[in-house]
Design a protein around this ligand. Sequence first.
Ligand code: SAM
Ligand code: SF4
Length: 512
Amino acid sequence: MKIFFLRYDIVSDGNRLTAILSFIGRFVVYLCFNSTHMHKEVIDFDEDIKVIDESKQGDILFYDSNQPGFKKFYIESYGCQMNFSDSEIVASILAEEGYVPTKNMEDASLILVNTCSIREKAEETVRNRLVVYNKAKQDRPGTLIGVLGCMAERLKSKLMDEEKLVDLVVGPDAYRDIPGLLSRAEEGERSINVLLSREETYADISPLRLDSNGIVAFISIMRGCDNMCSFCVVPFTRGRERSRDWHSIVAEADDLFQRGFRDITLLGQNVDSYHWTCPETGNVVDFAQLLEKVALVNPLLRIRFSTSHPKDITDEVLYTMNKYHNICKYIHLPVQSGSNRILQLMNRTYTREWYMERIDTIYRIMPDCAVSSDIIAGFCTESDDDHRDTLEIMKYANFNMSYMFFYSERPGTLAARKFQDDIPLPLKKDRLAEIVELQRQISIKHNQSDIGKVFEVLIEGDSKKSSDYFKGRNSQNKMVVFPKSEVYCPGAYVNIRITNATGATLLGEIIQ
Ligand code: SAM
Ligand code: SF4
């Protein structure tokens, strides 16, 4: 296992904050596996081997300002990319109230944590952080502490009972109420709003792009989830699915492009069920149509999206991807399990055969497309045969990458109510280790088959390991590292011939 440290600096404009914004990733721990049979030279350029997507957990957004009159807030974010995007919406709402973000908890009069409930460990991490924030509050009485996001929604007022020093509890659909909740908290009243909404999409709020290198950005296109996967807490913490008006999505993409951004990811728990109905005409825009509208913003703007659900991804989406060069040839299509029995217990509403057909169709329409997955090991009643089915489907789908987890029972979910969490933890971990090892082998093979190929790469910045090298991604979302050339700078597209590869990174050189 290795430990790496990350640093990003960015320049961006904000609503009332028009100075230079910068962001430094807190110490970030990557769980990385040593690839003992790789050349050392290649290992040194591994940019991103992820076992569990822990790379951004606990990142801090901040604004480096000592301007008088500004109150300072400190925010840490946990969980999925949607949560990180939400923190940028919160930052924008707070900016309107005269708050600026700081990276130093000690400077802040408001400490916020945007939380995740997806697995027990995510909640434990937040509880541990609350101990640290409480210490800061004891040192500086008057400091306010707020818990935002999924854990706030799941635990509601219980969180206030359990965590005596928490002043604000705000669910994911109540961020517009933060100013009101803050004024009550400033008067000594502990305040809470965890109301879920059927309409809220924050469409009119321009997020402060804090977590960015100025090239890559995320746009939320929908909120909530109507699928009831039996293991998942998201439908309970983020409410009903609703899609954002496509006009505001295209306007945000256009604005980002004008400001120099070149790679945007459209975000939703299930983007393929994006469905916006025009209130005046009743006309519907679906995800394939939305993709096309965003792709047409500018051919130099790359479009990605996440997450796709195997039951909903349509051929229209695949044909639209194929039609536009700037829609990246990469699909995150979580399979969760390869066993029909387990898929049914998970309420995923597709079979392994359905999933394999979707994979066949993706590769038929776009032979160069990369597919990644989420996989859960040790779901309730999972047998050795079920586990083998998962290993088999991983090989069939030839995932270039996966996020892999062992099952963590979440209170209130269908699985927690209906099934026994009966796979012992050591067995869950053994199965997960086998899945991780298989994925590592598939990823290495996948990347080695790229040696000799030429990819168009968007330069995102310096490689983490050496400022003599640039890093960037190809359309397939693979990280590529290559020696710098003075002719190019971040935001430029370059053609790279791949000369070497690890499971996580391609190494190459610029070709003219
Ligand atoms: N909406 C996406 C989908 O349907 O694939 C994923 C959303 S969830 C935030 C991300 C991943 O966390 C899931 O795909 C699943 O693999 C994992 N996950 C969710 N609940 C889990 C649980 N109770 N235990 C372990 N992993 C879980
Ligand atoms: Fe959770 Fe399933 Fe919705 Fe994804 S689709 S957020 S796994 S309920």
